[in-house]
Design a binder for this molecule. Sequence first.
Ligand SMILES: Cc1ncc(COP(=O)(O)O)c(C=O)c1O
Length: 353
Amino acid sequence: MSRPIQAHIDLSALAHNLRVARRATTARVLAVIKANAYGHGLLQAAEALREADGYALLDVRDAVRLREAGFRQPILLLEGFFSRDELPLVAEYELSCVIHSARQLDWLDAYPRPHGLSVWLKLNSGMNRLGFSPAEYPAVLEKLKAHRAVREVTLMTHFAQADEAAGIAQQQALFEQLAAPYRLPRSLANSAALLRHPQAHGDWVRPGIMLYGSSPFADTSAQQLGLRPVMTLSSEIISIQNLKAGATVGYGAIFRAAHPMRVGTVACGYADGYPRHAPTGTPILVDGQRTRTLGRVSMDMLAADLSELPNVQIGSRVVLWGEGMPVDDVARAAGTISYELLCALAPRVPVSS
Ligand SMILES: Cc1ncc(COP(=O)(O)O)c(C=O)c1O
């Protein structure tokens, strides 16, 4: 018997969540599969999402893997090329590229060949991470429209607060103002904007997190949005300890039992991708029942409170997140977001689908 931890990827849930995205928009859907498809496995996720109109990711080598696996849809490099050396691959594999910096423009000018390039010109409308400023944007756009290497230009920006009450109004207004003179395709919306801001769908939406069955919003659950969990991280109880009042659990002895308790040791720790900073009280499902973690998460193990679960035994199934235990609930308790938990699944965890 090997260590009982595993991650299961429900590919039918991925396809389902894509249909939820589709129903919410008439725009074309670019499925965001960066970071190994948010930890779900690049190629299998792309295959499950094959009804998408295109894909978006970061690494040119991942884009090449998709092309070589036979995917013919547009593939957008979300940060474009990172050096001039990547341009031959971009051209050969017909990849679309975000252009966000003057440096990339210089590389494009200097590169003799790639004709027919599809570029997505990024406006910094307030996120202040990537993109040309509103003052620079029109001149760069004119330049790219006339560029010998460029076949088509899509106008793009990214929202900082589409998931929050502050919303997108300012950023969208700035974008619309600069885009207004041009009849060019537009792309603005991540999952949150796709679900909450239909006026900002443009021609291409770019959902990521919702495809993986997690809610982009703090006030609405994935289930309320009709999304199904895709990754289920599960393991087993490998030891049970009976504590006397006053006994402590784990490193640092930071949890102390106020009364006699039954505690289960779960074969899952931070070296599997479970967040070490998840505090006592983080929800966890044991034998189908919701309970809480206790004390510090160790490298390979964590503790679950079994005091109210007398039927749980060694070998009982534990769900860390996924089916029956929303990853959003775990993330909230641990002071992070589902994105970080999903992306951080460790390579040592066996994955099935
Ligand atoms: C430019 C861009 N578009 C779309 C997305 C997808 O966002 P989400 O996963 O919130 O839907 C991301 C993710 O960070 C992104 O960086």
